[in-house]
Design a protein around this ligand. Structure first.
Ligand code: GLC
Length: 446
């Protein structure tokens, strides 16, 4: 018997109307998904990888659109892709050193070129290029061996497929016919998602992007999300549609912005009360490899972003754009190594935490695990820092780095900490505050 009649019957007994009971049924989330959400909320740090045929032009993953490249010319470009230096084990070793807990890689971007072997189209890296290898298989194997979860980015928008019709906001005349069959396109996508979820072992989830190209189209999300949850009950659906979450989705992700902020101009400011959160960030200003973009963020800025994400209860998904030969440039690797080094000392104040009792401020952020509050001081020069009450009494406070006790004055109006002087080699002064009780969570994923 399906679950719905049971829930409706229970709902009727509890005096709930059919609508309320149906909404509950729709939002029923299986135990494996709940456990996966909890894992995700505690993972805190992921590596985003944008890599595809576009990498060859060194101008980001939108180059096909930006330069108005015709389908036939791009098909030729894709046929020359031969990243012989790709080494999945080396990529995963870098991810491990950086301290990320998961990797999210582009399986197919807006250019429509599949970076995995697909029976749905010959326009894939194995059948279309001299490379002939399936990098996603190699990466999946290396991730599984290293205990890193692998998520697949999947673009719903497609600049190549003829059945992506009617076209969306980013369309230009690139030589495709002026007709197509939308239901065939959906079947193609679901076919590819089935491949991704049945051929690569356990997958962390699917990270969707590009629905914003045709927000009003009949995407039939319920059926696609249902397929994913059926094929892999612990796989999470993470949509980058820039809208508040819908049923069937597991994580709310924000692009180039902390949750609730909208400096990028396209994020929603409405933040889910109970789903895990994520924020994706470029290390320079580009997702895909961009040969002239040298505007790399400093390690201090990246630490600050990771801390502020955690203080908001969110993960940081930090991007690299590997080169067309399959290597990852030194600007990326150096920063990832430094972040890993930082996490080896300070990770305890990040991993497994939730947002702390004091919401992020201009001076920094707080995180929390059990009875412990971590006060992250990123940008504050005065010797004293005054906080509102933490929710339970302070028992002790000490510096995470060297363990020295931190003087505390606690009154009815709050907690004042005496800080060590700021130093150039410590981007985040972390004060560990042990309290007398487990503070009530300010958000709990469900
Ligand atoms: C945007 C871009 C896309 C990129 C993504 C990453 O949606 O269109 O190119 O992959 O952001 O968050």
């Amino acid at each position: 018997m399906s679950r719905l009649p049971v829930i409706l019957a229970i709902g009727a007994r509890l005096g709930l109307g059919a609508t309320a009971a149906t909404a509950q049924a729709r939002d029923a989330v299986s135990a494996p998904r709940l456990a996966a959400r909890r894992w995700f909320a505690e993972a805190k740090f992921g590596l985003f990888i944008h890599w595809g045929a576009y990498s060859q032009l060194g101008a980001g993953e939108w180059v096909m659109h930006n330069r108005k490249i015709a389908v036939a010319d791009y098909e030729w470009l894709a046929a020359t892709f031969n990243p012989t230096k790709f080494d999945a084990v080396a990529w995963v070793a870098l991810a491990k050193r950086a301290g990320v807990r998961y990797i999210t890689i582009t399986s197919r971007h807006h250019d429509g070129f599949s970076m995995f072997k697909s029976a749905q189209t010959p326009y894939n890296i194995v059948d279309w290029t001299p490379f002939r290898r399936d990098p996603l298989r190699e990466l999946a194997d290396a991730c599984h061996a290293a205990g890193i979860k692998l998520f697949f980015y999947y673009s719903q928008l497609d600049w190549h497929h003829p059945d992506y019709w009617p076209r969306g906001q980013t369309a230009w005349d690139n030589g495709r016919p002026d007709h197509g069959d939308w239901s065939r396109y959906l079947a193609f996508m679901n076919g590819q998602l089935t491949e991704l979820l049945t051929r690569y072992g356990d997958v962390g989830g699917i990270w969707f992007d590009g629905m914003w190209d045709k927000p009003g189209a009949p995407w039939q999300l319920d059926s696609t999300y249902g397929l994913i949850h059926r094929l892999q009950p612990a796989a999470l659906v993470i949509p980058n549609h820039h809208q508040p979450p819908r049923s069937g989705e597991d994580v709310q992700t924000f692009e180039q912005d902390l949750p609730g902020a909208n400096t990028a101009g396209f994020n929603t400011t409405s933040v889910s009360g109970d789903l895990p959160l994520e924020t994706s960030l470029t290390m320079n200003g580009s997702w895909g490899f961009n040969i002239t973009d040298k505007d790399f963020k400093s390690v201090r800025a990246l630490v600050g972003y990771l801390v502020r994400a955690a203080g908001n209860g969110a993960n940081l998904l930090l991007n690299v754009g590997p080169r067309p030969d399959g290597t990852i440039g030194p600007e990326f690797t150096a920063r990832l190594d430094s972040l890993g080094e930082w996490l080896s000392t300070y990770g305890t104040a990040i991993y497994g935490t939730r947002g702390g009792p004091v919401p992020p401020r201009s001076w920094g952020a707080t995180t929390r695990r059990g009875d412990t509050v971590y006060v992250h001081v990123l940008d504050w020069l005065d010797p004293l820092l005054a906080l509102p009450p933490l929710g339970s009494r302070v028992r002790s406070a000490y510096l995470l780095r060297r363990g020295a006790a931190v003087p505390v004055i606690e009154t009815a109006v709050g907690v004042t900490l005496a800080l060590p002087p700021a130093s150039a080699d410590e981007p985040d002064r972390v004060i560990v505050v042990v309290t007398s009780g487990v503070a009530a969570p300010n958000r709990q994923e469900r």
